[in-house]
Design a binder for this molecule. Structure first.
Ligand code: GLU
Length: 309
């Protein structure tokens, strides 16, 4: 099993407060955390862990715990999943402070950030379909990053893009090599894993504005964490590498950088990461089967394996 993962049997009876108390956050004022699920499937027990850590961390420090529903991708978001997020968290007693925030209501703020990046000449339009990219990758091997092969750069130096933009759907990508040339050494801080160098170049030219949906996850999450004055981003290890991209965007957009805590992931009995595509692990199913919330929230062994690296 990957040592960033924790089997459910390991998680029985976890003392969440024992996990949170060792983090010395100094005299940081106004702790604000958020749980930020995407409504593209039902939440599972791993989401319950993430929401619980966010809520307990905020409450431990007399702070605020927010719920942000990342429903910006209309092609995958469904109302049924939004409703279930609210019902699952309420059932578990993981109630948030203030109103639920929906990313779909904030598109103008993402557009303003997009315009600011564009004005710095850091973006280029990309007309490639998935199959265009696959074909280009066959012809030209490229570096691989955490999300697979880098974008092969087909549209990076197009001469006729202004004309094509009038008639063709397109995304916008960060020109990562241009950005990296002018960056100071950027770091970000993970409470469990320590100080990290923000090397976003490992992802290549990431998409910032999508062809089929507005802002990318990277842009929207970075803007929202700043707008909501999130002090501590607490989320699963599966998103660890993305923090480098978010740190670079914070720098380019002149936004503050929160602290991070990427917590270990729950797995199924075979050591596989829990997935939204398997309903058997869905909180909604457990709720319907009459499982008690306290059974879901028993994660007591987590602190034993969550020693700092
Ligand atoms: N919306 C993301 C997800 O459901 C989480 C984003 C985040 O916590 O930054 O995986």
């Amino acid at each position: 099993m990957n040592n960033n993962m924790t089997s459910n049997s390991d998680m029985k009876n976890m003392d969440i407060n024992a996990l949170i108390e060792p983090f010395d956050i100094g005299d940081a004022p106004n702790v604000r955390t958020r749980f930020a699920p995407s409504p593209n499937g039902f939440l599972h027990q791993g989401h319950a862990l993430s929401a619980l850590l966010n809520r307990q961390f905020a409450h431990h420090h007399d702070g605020t715990f927010m719920l942000r529903i990342e429903d910006i991708d209309a092609t995958r978001s469904r109302q049924e999943y939004c409703d279930s997020i609210i019902n699952d968290l309420t059932w578990l007693g993981l109630v948030w402070d203030g109103a639920v925030i929906y990313q779909s209501s904030r598109i103008e703020s993402y557009k303003a950030a997009f315009d600011a990046l564009k004005a710095q000449d850091l973006l280029y339009p990309c007309f490639c379909s998935r199959s265009d990219i696959a074909a280009a990758l066959v012809a030209k091997p490229v570096q691989h990053g955490p999300d697979g092969p880098h974008y092969p750069g087909t549209c990076r130096t197009l001469k006729n893009s202004a004309h094509r933009m009038e008639n063709e759907a397109h995304a916008w990508r960060l020109d990562m090599s241009k950005i990296v040339q002018n960056l100071p050494l950027l770091t970000w801080h993970d409470m469990e894993h320590g100080e990290q160098i923000a090397d976003a170049s490992i992802f290549g030219d990431v998409v910032i504005w999508r062809k089929d949906a507005p802002a990318s996850y990277h842009l929207a999450a970075t803007c929202d964490d700043a707008a909501d004055r999130i002090s501590h981003v607490i989320r699963g290890m599966d998103l660890f590498a993305y923090s480098a991209v978010h740190r670079v965007l914070q720098h380019m957009l002149n936004l503050p950088s929160p602290h991070y805590w990427h917590h270990r992931l729950l797995t199924d009995p075979n050591g596989e990461k829990l997935s939204k595509s398997r309903d058997s692990f869905a909180l909604m199913q457990k709720r319907k089967l009459g499982v008690l919330p306290k059974e879901i929230l028993k994660f007591t062994q987590y602190n034993k394996i969550s020693t700092r690296i």
